[in-house]
Design a protein around this ligand. Sequence first.
Ligand code: SF4
Length: 464
Amino acid sequence: MSTKHSIAAEAFLKDQRQVAWHNETLWMVRAKRDKMSREVPEWEDLRRKACELKLYSNSHLDELLTQFEQKATANGAIVHWAKDAAEYRSIVYDILSSHHVKRFVKSKSMLAEECELNPYLLSKGIDVVETDLGERILQLMHLPPAHIVLPAIHIKRQQVAELFQKEMDAEPGNCDPTYLTHVARRNLRHIFLNAEAAMTGANFAVASTGDIVVCTNEGNADMGTSCPKLNIAAFGLEKIVPDLDALAVFTRLLARSGTGQPATTYTSHYRHPRKGGEYHIIIVDNGRTDILTHPDHIRTLNCIRCGACMNTCPVYRRSGGYSYTYFVPGPIGINLGMAHDPMKYSDNLSACSLCLSCSSVCPVMVDLGEQIYRWRQTLDGIGKANPVKKAMSGGMKTLMEHPSLFNTALRFAPWVNSLPRFLKYNRLDEWGKGRELPRFANESFNEMWKKHKVQGEQGKEESK
Ligand code: SF4
């Protein structure tokens, strides 16, 4: 019954101290989110409004994206359209190579991760420097992000200190977070000042104004784009929102849900190219319009990448971001992976207890747990059902449909209590890993019920 997720999770679970710390840290972020949401009396109305706005935007993409293109072009930007990851990568490369760029800075973009931009550009001889601190740490460690908002949440500051000593000449053994931040700042400042081009993702794209809106806590997107004359922004087409009023709904929800802050430290609007420079905007599909054809999964496109569903998920918190095979982990990653390629990413569906905590915290009401449940029901049809689980479900079905068989099985069940341990917990019993089988009662509920009923009736007779 092992899946790729459970095998990878087993590796993460070996370090119990790290698991406890990972779990507690993310739960603390979730608690901050709860506190923030309670301070906004109209919170549930905001969530409903955000969900409606997303459903509206995603069903009017043609109209809104065309309006965005017109406005952005009138603002002086150059708008490109990419149908898939390959087109996106080659558009970025063409822009950079036509300006002879050899080194550029980039703020965090999950779209760039999705489209594997960094390895592509490196293979073409262009150096990419991540400027978000967490992303920079991971880049130097040659690791992918483990969380969409807190990419290096699994890395301890002692590891960062060792890395910075090696890469940035930091003092040996100094793990003080403020010191480490200053070291990173000094190192990045030099890179910012010498960058030939900068790239950002986008949290939102506003159709009525042509604005690209980027939310960060470090100001790295602003620093990056302030120096070079050549700037690029790219966004997945579901990031479009109709106007600034709609944007206000999402910005009230985003940071509160993700990190428990009232707002991100920086919410920057990019509209025009820098004086004498160029501003390129790339609108990317890469399978998003295919999701529009799935009525059961359309709400996946509502996601504003706040990360709240990961922070609350008991499975994510205890198995870590690298246990999932899709590059986005947690509940939203399970759904996005399935929408993208069910044959490749169906293993992740097992990483869910169906507690639905994710659905209840999602600021845009993505029905995450419910969608996972629906995806599970498709597994048999695509030949991805686990054969052991399938056989067990078939066996249970037969028992449930035949009461006499069920009662006979119940009568013999207590025998299992006296079986030697090696017969119950062995390699064939994946379920028994880390779990203890409860003791079967000597008497079934059905038998107890009948007995008490008879005794009750006898008692009534005697008291007459
Ligand atoms: S699905 Fe909802 S909770 Fe999860 S990252 Fe997206 S917006 Fe946040």
